[in-house]
Ligand binder design. Structure first.
Ligand SMILES: Nc1ncnc2c1ncn2[C@@H]1O[C@H](COP(=O)(O)OP(=O)(O)OP(=O)(O)O)[C@@H](O)[C@H]1O
Ligand SMILES: [Mg+2]
Length: 597
């Protein structure tokens, strides 16, 4: 990160043309090899014609020019080898180039991911990232490794053949052009409105995929609440829509498609060329031998062109992938400071902070607060009042639109990325564990931590005993042989934060998961975690924060009250006093003893 900070955005500012920069040389070689390959593919046919020309006089008893015959045979054989060799060469160069391109793109994706604001990941499923790294990069693979060569061959073979035909017998060349022209004229009919059609096709496909996933994933909920009919109906409707769309599209293009198929089929082309040749010979316009090139080469004109249809689909995918990747690389990274500052101390200051996820919907309005080192600040407020949003500004998931968030006097925007993560630990509502061993999950931020340290952190987070109950203990892999409840997962992230030992802690309680036992365990873990740190905690259960040094009451993105629990309750009639009264009424029976003092 440090070296990047001097040169922010150099990566993403580069245009998409730089995609192929690392493989430019290889692409040029593929072009040359494909063209040489196409030419060498035509040569054996020309050789057959020339051979016939040389051998025919023998029928009339004239001597044969043996040297010329051998010369032609050798040229034909060499051309065959060149043809095979260039095809192999282009394929090999293409695949090596493709491997390099994929590596460079994937590295670039990872580098760019590292620089995006953490908030970006909040709003996106891992599916988005996976699509970039897998599907989109693979679409480019098809382009580099196969499509360039296919397209060049499909165009070069007919062009070279036609040039030769026009040189030897222009009338036959014209006849050979006819199937090609019919194809070229009908193709636009086939493709009419195809951009729009393809868009609709993609839309129908993803709608169907969405409905299928929804149907399958939601099946438990749906069954439970008797909504099977509704979800199933959407799946059925999407399937019908898809089938209808594909049916209509096929019907619209069927006639043009069939005509092209017929006109370009080898039998029809051969009959057509034979007829044309016979007519030319009868009319005295051509010698029989001059008809031969037209027959041989004319047959091979439309085949490669038809292959372009399939290549077109790959080109479309590659273009879409390129757009998706460009859009991704164009996402502005977190601005890095030119003059990094280290925090002096561990107090957190919020200074007239305003923020919105988008310009139209401000979420936080001029929030001001100071959290002294070693104190606990609790954020309370209704759901949607902006608590989690405010908490996420401290580890810089997002940057404030106005005002500043400072730690130890340094604006979080002036602290280096690494410095900030050393300074701020966080446990958020949406706990995410990696598909790795529990041990590695806990020491994620401190990979060098010893097993003893990991265990000590897990003990303090009240999760050690639970981990030992898994068959492989700390080596159990999350999602494989370690399945954790929401509360347990959160305690694992608490252990992680404990081990990371950052002086500032931001905690967003996930009490939604908690049963009384696990809530008590989480509370105990949190109080261990809070000792001697600057803590910003979002509390949903008010009795857990009666001892907080200050409580900030948020309403619609504004701080409407602040003070200690005792002060706020004593103030009477205020929002917190009301919340507390409600809370006590609702939770009186489930409160731990002594908490409701
Ligand atoms: N990633 C996001 N993109 C756009 N808007 C968001 C995003 N996250 C939250 N919001 C909006 O910002 C507002 C504040 O949300 P926030 O999650 O901060 O509330 P909260 O106080 O933490 O609520 P809760 O108690 O339910 O966790 C809400 O109106 C919410 O819809
Ligand atoms: Mg929240």
């Amino acid at each position: 990160m440090a070296s990047d900070s001097r040169n922010p955005g150099s990566e993403w500012a580069k245009g998409e043309e730089s995609f192929f920069e690392p493989v430019k040389g290889s692409l040029a070689s593929i072009v040359v090899l494909s063209l040489v390959g196409a030419a060498s593919g035509v040569v054996p046919f020309i050789a057959i014609v020339e051979l016939a020309r040389t051998l025919l006089p023998a029928l009339d008893g004239q001597p044969i020019d043996a040297g010329r015959v051998w010369g032609i045979v050798i040229i034909a054989v060499v051309a065959l080898f060149v043809n095979v060799g260039t095809a192999f060469g282009a394929g090999a160069v293409g695949h090596f180039a493709d491997a390099r391109l994929q590596l460079s793109l994937r590295r670039r994706i990872v580098r760019h991911l590292q620089r995006l604001p953490l908030g970006w990941f909040d709003q996106r499923s891992s599916g988005t990232v996976r699509k970039l790294v897998e599907s989109d990069v693979t679409a480019l693979h098809q382009l580099v490794a196969h499509t360039i060569q296919e397209v060049l061959t499909a165009v070069a073979v007919p062009v070279i053949s036609l040039v030769y035909l026009f040189v030897v017998q222009w009338q036959m060349a014209l006849a050979a052009l006819v199937p090609l022209i019919v194809t070229v004229l009908l193709y636009p009919v086939l493709m009419r409105g195809s951009a729009e059609k393809y868009r609709q096709y993609d839309e129908a496909t993803s709608a169907l995929a969405g409905a299928t996933v929804e149907f399958v994933q939601g099946i438990a909920v749906v069954k439970r609440f008797g909504q099977l009919g509704r979800s199933h109906r959407r799946y059925r409707d999407e399937t019908k829509r898809y089938v209808r769309f594909v049916g209509e599209w096929t019907a619209e293009t069927a006639v043009a498609f069939t005509i092209i198929e017929i006109v370009t089929s080898p039998v029809v082309v051969l009959v057509w060329l034979l007829a044309a040749g016979l007519w030319l010979v009868n009319a005295g316009a051509a010698a029989p031998i001059d008809v031969l090139p037209g027959l041989l080469l004319g047959l091979g004109l439309t085949g490669p062109l038809m292959k372009l249809g399939a290549s077109g689909q790959f080109l479309r995918n590659a273009t879409n992938a390129r757009k998706a990747l460009s859009a991704f690389f164009a996402l502005p990274p977190v601005p890095q400071t030119d003059a990094p500052r280290a925090p002096q101390g561990h107090d957190v200051a919020l200074d007239a902070v305003s923020f919105g996820y988008d310009a139209e919907h401000p979420v936080l309005h001029e929030i001001g607060a100071a959290c002294a080192p070693g104190t606990v600040t609790a954020l309370v407020g209704a759901s949607g009042s902006g608590k989690s949003t405010l908490a996420k500004l401290v580890p810089r998931f997002y940057d404030a639109d106005a005002g500043r968030v400072a730690i130890g006097g340094a604006d979080v925007r002036e602290i280096t990325g690494d410095g900030l993560y050393r300074e701020v630990g966080f446990v958020f509502q949406d706990v995410q564990l990696l598909r790795a061993s529990l041990r590695d999950n806990i020491r994620l931020t401190r990979p060098d931590a010893s097993d003893d340290e990991v265990e000590a952190a897990a003990r303090a987070a009240q999760i050690h005993a639970r981990i030992l109950r898994f068959p492989r203990g700390y080596d159990s892999v999350v999602g494989e042989d370690a399945n954790l409840s929401g509360g347990e997962a959160q305690r694992v992230t608490i252990a992680r934060a404990l081990l990371a030992d950052a002086p500032v802690l931001v905690l967003d309680e996930a009490t939604a998961f908690a049963d009384p036992d696990s809530e008590a365990a989480i509370q105990q873990a949190l109080s261990t975690l809070a000792a001697d740190r600057t803590v910003l905690v979002i509390a949903h259960r008010l009795h857990t924060i009666t001892g907080a040094d200050q409580i900030l009451v948020l309403d619609d993105g504004r701080i409407v009250e602040r003070g200690t629990h005792a002060e706020l309750v004593a103030a009477g009639g205020g929002r917190f006093a009301r919340m507390w009264a409600d809370y006590q009424a609702n939770h009186a029976r489930s409160l731990p003893e002594g908490a409701a003092s």
